[in-house]
Design a protein around this ligand. Structure first.
Ligand SMILES: Nc1ncnc2c1ncn2[C@@H]1O[C@H](COP(=O)(O)OP(=O)(O)O)[C@@H](O)[C@H]1O
Ligand SMILES: [Mg+2]
Length: 506
């Protein structure tokens, strides 16, 4: 509803029915003018269109009249002389309340009724209800995906010969996805500024399109963009990564296809697990894999001591997020902000309610990555079907995952490679270590090398570093046990489980 074609059809029907007033809710003057120009041609009738700048233009044949007086005099004259005529005010203002002008418009509407004429008011604002009662209101939404695609294709066609343009059909589709929530003029301006800034349209600048978007909307303090390196090094978590790769296509698929199968785009995942195993890191991995901007939503920061303020801030934050779609939104340690005890705390309950409603109902392409350390503190409503697409449990890396992690970090930070036998020893030495433990041991060794240039790092020294380090699991065995029990019962494993390590989930 509300796209260009549907709106035009709706307006056409109202014109045929000779409704005295049509209010078009839109801030896109040029687009509405084009719509009426097309309607005039299709209906083979003269439609007069007025703006302060252009004065009166006939959209069928382009006759122009300067009206230096009040345009309403001209309209009334027109309605009296030509029954069944249509007059559009392209930039209707001062109509939200009773004043001399709105009363004059009201008089004109009585005349329109008598003469079967139609007055059209184009405005993004509220219209005084005594006027609004005369007619029908139509909303022209910003261009939808198909319109955006064709706008971008037209733009590429227009500048393709003059500038290097690397965007293929797929990139045009992605750009159209990213440019949701913009008017036609804004899309054109953004594309021109990209073209000038980068001397062409390059693939690697696609994400800049959304950067423009976060500048456009009033920012909210509890949602901030997180920069993600495109070549993030992730080890292990094969099951989670496979899921993410497979769902990418579904996330970007057109609405029509989803509707046809009664599906919705993937909404998000909840990641629970042992600290230091990549819960927070995974949100960056997903944004990088899907080539989407990442926003961090700090729900804890919306709580305010003033009555009703927290709810308002939550509403603003959710609206901002919806406007940023398509994007990945990351809520870290969600239990800290959304754990609501049964005793009192009404604000907390209302915030949770708002959040759950949004999670269930928002149709925007926002993929939520929520992480939790203490899952027992989470409200059970959060797990109900239709909220998260999947709940993953991230365990300590198994031997295969530790091997890959050591290999990757040793290559990056120590510029070292190990034989199979040496690797076996390192994997043994890192038993019970998290990804982050392994990373910090290898980085410690790298720092040691920088400070002691005369010492050569080798297998034994590295094993010494591993032995010096105390892993989280060795100091908190009960926590690990409890988390694993929960993970086995309630969640899907983020790793492809290693058959030889049947005891991974104790
Ligand atoms: N799967 C992984 N592959 C590579 N590095 C990882 C992985 N998981 C965690 N790390 C490293 O450990 C750091 C801490 O991980 P983080 O995601 O913050 O843990 P947590 O699960 O506690 O949120 C990350 O910034 C990253 O450098
Ligand atoms: Mg974390």
């Amino acid at each position: 509803m509300g796209n260009y074609i549907d709106t035009k059809e709706e307006v056409k029907n109202h014109l045929f029915a000779r409704v005295p007033l049509i209010i078009i809710n839109s801030s896109e003057r040029e687009r509405v003018e084009r719509m009426f120009r097309e309607l005039a041609a299709e209906m083979k009738t003269s439609i007069y269109y007025y703006t302060d700048v252009k004065q009166v233009v006939s959209l069928y044949g382009n006759a122009k009249k300067d009206v230096d007086r009040d345009p309403m005099m001209f309209v009334q004259d027109l309605f009296r002389k030509n029954r069944s005529s249509t007059f559009v005010i392209g930039d209707a203002r001062r109509l939200s309340e009773e004043n001399a002008f709105s009363r004059e418009v009201l008089d004109t509407l009585y005349l329109a009724m008598e003469t079967s004429s139609t007055l059209v008011l184009v405005t993004p604002d509220y219209v005084w209800n005594r006027l609004a009662q005369f007619g029908l209101q139509v909303v022209l939404q910003y261009p939808d995906l198909i319109e955006r695609e064709s706008l971008i294709r037209k733009f590429v066609g227009c500048y393709g010969g003059k500038y290097p343009i690397q965007w293929n059909e797929h990139d045009i589709y992605r750009a159209a996805m990213l440019l949701s929530g913009f008017s036609e003029v804004q899309i054109d301006n953004i594309l021109v500024s990209q073209l000038v800034a980068h001397k062409g349209l390059k693939k690697q600048n696609l994400l800049d399109l959304t950067r423009q978007k976060s500048r456009l909307y009033a920012t909210v303090p509890c949602v901030e963009e997180v920069q993600v390196k495109p070549n993030l090094m992730v080890s292990g978590l094969d099951n989670l990564r496979k899921w993410i790769r497979e769902r990418k296509q579904l996330f970007f698929i057109e609405d029509d296809v989803l509707d046809e199968y009664g599906l919705t785009a993937p909404k998000g995942i909840l990641l629970a697990g042992i600290p230091g195993c990549g819960k927070s890191y995974s949100s960056k991995m997903i944004a990088a894999e899907w080539e989407l901007p990442l926003f961090r939503f700090d729900i804890g920061a919306i709580y305010d001591k003033w009555m009703g303020e927290s709810e308002r801030k939550m509403k603003d934050a959710l609206t901002f997020i919806d406007n940023m779609a398509p994007c990945v939104v990351w809520i870290d340690e969600i239990e800290k902000a959304l754990s609501v005890s049964d005793s009192g705390n009404d604000t907390g309950k209302r915030i949770l309610g708002q959040f759950l409603y949004w999670l269930q109902e928002s149709s925007k392409r926002v993929f939520l990555v929520a992480t939790a350390n203490d899952i027992t503190a989470l409200p059970p409503e959060l797990f109900r079907k239709g909220r998260f697409s999947e709940i993953f449990f991230i365990d300590l890396p198994n031997s295969e995952e530790r091997k890959v992690t050591i290999e990757q970090y040793a290559a990056k930070c120590l510029h070292m490679q190990f034989s199979d036998e040496a690797m076996e020893e390192l994997v043994r030495a890192s038993e019970g270590f998290s990804y982050s433990d392994i990373e910090s041991v290898i980085k410690e060794a790298a720092q040691f090398c920088i400070l002691n240039t005369d010492v050569q790092m080798d297998l034994n020294k590295l094993i010494y570093f591993f032995n010096q380090n105390i892993s989280f699991s060795s100091t908190n065995p009960e926590t690990v046990q409890k988390l694993r029990k929960w993970g086995r019962e309630r969640a899907v494993s983020a790793s492809i489980e290693n058959k030889q390590e049947g005891s991974v989930l104790l």
